[in-house]
Ligand binder design. Structure first.
Ligand SMILES: [Zn+2]
Ligand SMILES: [Zn+2]
Ligand SMILES: [Zn+2]
Ligand SMILES: [Zn+2]
Ligand SMILES: [Zn+2]
Ligand SMILES: [Zn+2]
Length: 426
């Protein structure tokens, strides 16, 4: 037969007790202080009893099941603390306020305030926010700039990504929009300076000059105003962007060099962007290349000669090793180009025959008008049957004479010959 030890369940009311025990041991030792007095009680006489512990406050003992408690309670009675009531506590208290012995609800975290395992917090009044991020800190831990001064802005630029804060002196604000502020480095990255001296514009455009041997672009930053487009893809497509030095160098670059640049630029363009746009990037037809050479170098080459330049370039590249992606792309572009070149050369021959006929009549007309000097000097350049334009070359000094007042002489010639006449630029 075993005598069952009675267990008396209780709850401790510690809402008025100052030093709430934080561990089981502390709770047990508080109970041991109370037990002698508890044993003298009759739970059925009053289920809730309060003990005055002087400066420490009051502790309440609640008997949860007074009817089943042994009477009287004795040394063999076992008690079980089923619960503890505590004063509601502000879980997120402001660290700054706590040092002044007040407890304030603190919605913001301060990474600088260290409260052991968790980050300290800041209340509405003690929280500091900088421009550029919703991250807060307490007054004492306001982020400082690299120079030691109080920071003003979290830089959201490409280098800092709002991880670094800067003071007003080390910030650069956009002249047009003062709410846009970055550190010097990020500013230079976001609003790169134009390479042009004294230009305040942003160099959003990079010079696309490159050659096949290097493929590394010049990369100089140029503003839209100072960027020069080398129109190698016809007048309706964006030409290659060039910085001033590279643009100026075009006229002294031999045709081989220019074609190398066109191919390198096209390789670079076709290897970036989505595959849909990549397929559209093609080398300019040699009819366009011919005009590019005329406009940039004042070199008039016929189609066969230009075709040969491309063929020679392709042959040179075929022998090159190792064959990297750029080289493969270049060879790919060139072999697709070969088909269009054959067409262009063929068409050019035909046009040449037709154009020669118009040209011969033009010379006849000049002679008939007694303009012998012009008849001797004018040269055939090109004929475009679709637009009906005959391109001719006229020495610079005779061009005014050829055109006549307000273009009247040319208009007269056009009427007689039956085609439009244009003097080749350069
Ligand atoms: Zn506070
Ligand atoms: Zn702090
Ligand atoms: Zn600073
Ligand atoms: Zn920055
Ligand atoms: Zn500029
Ligand atoms: Zn350049």
């Amino acid at each position: 037969m075993t005598q069952e030890t009675p267990v008396v369940p209780v709850t401790l009311d510690l809402r008025e007790f100052r030093d709430v025990p934080r561990s089981t041991d502390a709770c047990v030792s508080l109970w041991e202080r109370l037990e002698p007095a508890v044993l003298t009680l009759d739970p059925q006489a009053g289920p809730r009893v309060r003990f005055d512990l002087g400066d420490e406050g009051e502790v309440g003992v609640w008997f949860l099941d007074p009817a089943s408690a042994p009477r009287p309670l004795g040394a063999t009675t076992r008690f079980a603390i089923r619960g503890v009531l505590e004063a509601p506590e502000i879980r997120h208290a402001c660290t700054t306020c706590l040092t002044a012995h007040t407890t304030t609800y603190a919605p913001y975290k301060c990474p600088g305030c260290d409260e052991g395992r968790r980050m300290g917090r800041a209340c509405e009044e003690h929280a500091v926010f900088l421009e550029g991020s919703l991250r807060a800190s307490c007054l004492g831990h306001t982020p400082v700039c690299r120079c030691g001064a109080r920071a003003k802005v979290w830089c959201g630029g490409p280098k800092c990504r709002t991880r670094t804060a800067w003071c007003e002196t080390h910030l650069r604000r956009h002249p047009g929009d003062p709410t846009v502020a970055y550190c010097e480095d990020c500013y230079a990255e976001r609003f790169p300076a134009c390479e042009h001296e004294h230009c305040t514009g942003s160099g959003y455009i990079r010079c696309e000059h490159r050659t096949l041997s290097g493929m590394k672009p010049c990369g100089r930053r140029i503003c839209t105003e100072h960027a020069r487009r080398w129109q190698v893809y016809g007048s309706y497509n964006r030409g290659l962007a060039l910085c001033t030095p590279h643009h100026l160098r075009l006229s002294s670059t031999p045709p081989e060099g220019l074609i190398d640049m066109i191919l390198a630029g096209t390789v670079a363009r076709s290897s970036r962007g989505r595959s849909a746009t990549r397929r559209r990037v093609q080398l300019p037809r040699i009819s366009i290349v011919r005009h590019i050479l005329i406009n940039t170098r004042r070199a008039v080459l016929d189609m066969e000669a230009i075709d040969l330049l491309f063929t020679a370039l392709e042959q040179g590249l075929r022998g090159r090793t190792p064959r990297d992606t750029n080289l493969s792309t270049a060879l790919d572009l060139l072999s697709r180009h070969r088909v269009s070149r054959r067409e262009d050369v063929e068409r050019f021959r035909k046009q040449h025959v037709e154009g020669r006929g118009h040209y011969d009549r033009l010379v006849q007309e000049l002679r008939r008008g007694g303009r012998y000097e012009l008849a001797e000097a004018v040269e055939f350049s090109d004929f475009r049957p679709r637009s009906g334009i005959l391109f001719v070359r006229v020495p610079e000094r005779l061009q005014g004479l050829f055109r006549g007042k307000g273009g009247s002489s040319v208009r007269q010639l056009e009427q007689r010959v039956g085609v439009k006449i244009q003097v080749e630029r350069g």
